[in-house]
Write a protein that binds this ligand. Sequence first.
Ligand code: SF4
Length: 701
Amino acid sequence: LAPSDCRTVKTTCPYCGVGCGILARRNEEGTVTISGDPTHPANFGRLCSKGVALGETLDLEGRLLTPEVNGASATWDEALSLVAERFSAAVAEHGPESVAFYVSGQLLTEDYYVANKLMKGFIGSANIDTNSRLCMASSVAGHRRAFGSDTVPGCYEDLELADLIVLVGSNLAWCHPVLYQRIVAAKAARPEMKIVVVDPRRTVTADTADLHLAIDPDGDVALFCGLLSHLKNAGVLDEAYIANHTEGLDAALAAADIGPEQVASQTGLTLDEIERFYSLFAATEKTVTLYSQGVNQSVCGTDKVNAIINCHLATGRIGRPGMGPFSITGQPNAMGGREAGGLANMLACHMDLERDDHRSLVRDFWQSPVIADRAGLKAVELFQAVADGRIKALWIMATNPVDSLPDADGVQAAIASCPFVVVSDLLAETDTARHAHVKLPSTGWGEKDGTVTNSERRISRQRAFLPAPGEAKPDWWQMGQVAQLMGHHEAFDYPDPASIFREVAALSAQDNAGARDFDIGDCADMTLHDYERLEPFQWPRPKDTAPGDARFFAKGGFFTANRKARFVPVAPAGREISEASPQFRLNSGRVRDHWHTMTRTGKSARLSAHTAEPFAEIHPDDASRLGITEASIVEVISGDHKARLRALITRRQKAGRLFVPMHWNGLFASAARINALIPPVMDPHSGQPALKSGRVAIRPF
Ligand code: SF4
């Protein structure tokens, strides 16, 4: 490279929802040096192992570099014309509900927005859902039930200001490492800070906790219902906050009326453990309860979220420094997707698909011919509709559902049977892409421009520092072209991502006046120059207003009709499986150095060295009973589905439970696709799959 091309670019990590700022520098020999951005408020220069190794994942091996139609190279004109023709034909013949998009938390907000606009406002269906459904849909549903909006009340700084951090269903040390580093640093500075980890498994995160509660799977609702009762009995409810800013406490207390003995029987915890946790929570005003997939990926995920929020509302510990319930997202842009309306049950800019006034507002703003008027198919339902033939044309972007969804083999069969499948991706071969009729080469991290929003509502730029390889194009451009070929020229004539971002900002400010949480109207007139230099900022950022408080709800102001928060009555469902069951409860999750289905992290030998192969963690008593020896190969079985894995004998979890990582896909270890063993069971409120709820047998292989 010429020295003038060797500049340093500020961008954002493409992996987890922490959203770390990165400095990427191209070197003269063509390599890329990655370091943490010391000015970014999410990480202040820190990076985890995955972020540090990003430069090792940027080669072009395996990349899809030209469009393909039925396995043969095609021009963009040929491929996009075919996509537009087949989607238009399906809509004309079978109606708008016969087509679907399945998108991704890896998309940038600008991509998400265009996909959502095309499907909901111009095709007229809400059949667009996202792999973020697998990540945080239960938190969205819980937020909306309690706050009337999908609002994360706090910010990362609260994790450093808290005197008690309760981590529920979160292996933060591996899944959101930089946030974990911030907490560890805060605890080192203030050793009196307490950490409680609620997790069936003794994770690395639990190793540093003052108290680890090895709760039975899905015992969280009982634990937090019991806590609400305890807080009432201990006389620590914030009566003024409750009276002024909430409604429904009595019903919530009635539903949560269980004593410590019942909590013990429903959680598998001892009375002493429960008492220690409840006393600590009652006595500590500055408490943050941070939760992740152990809460969300459950048949009762939304109830878990509301059981946690109820405790914070009842004590008024919300929206003040060092206090609040805090959902941490898995995907880098799950939050941006929520803002752009990437979920099948929401409109853009946090507007409600089922509200007439919101639909009219969005339709007028878009000047669209139609607007979807009912929720579309959520991820699991969407692929069930593909399987039974209701979906005639399907476009999958930046995700690999054949490996990541539950009933993964069923999803594979469904996609293989779909009359027309388009896949936009970086890679030529993934377990999903191999079933595509049309493959569209997308630009990836380092090659594309746009914005992402992290778990604390902070919008940051992803910036290109590499040329687009081959004929790869951004996802927003692909969808814009197809929309124009379908006859919607003006509405999709975007010259660049900045023009899309300005439109998102303008829509967010429409008729708002503080009535919705997401308002970035101040960015609506942003020039290209401003967009290029956009510094990370937290929303809301209304027009002509100085940056507001980084937190919501300290003084109420919820987004319900009467501006009061709602206590949601939730009750524990009781034990679903006895410890005497011959089946094992299968828990799945991330390992430290891999990301999702490994299509990027699998390229780095350094990352793969940390955990070289898929494994099944099993308790020594179970291993001994079944004749399983350390490092032998075992077969994990669910019905006709089997996975072969290396046995890892450990006391990190109780007998009767297994843990298996979720990453290995058909390209790396086809016998280890663990989601093939998980049934397509969902939370009834959020539609989020219960990915940690498998029931399996295990035997030596
Ligand atoms: Fe990237 Fe998350 Fe690691 Fe930060 S913590 S470097 S966002 S993977």
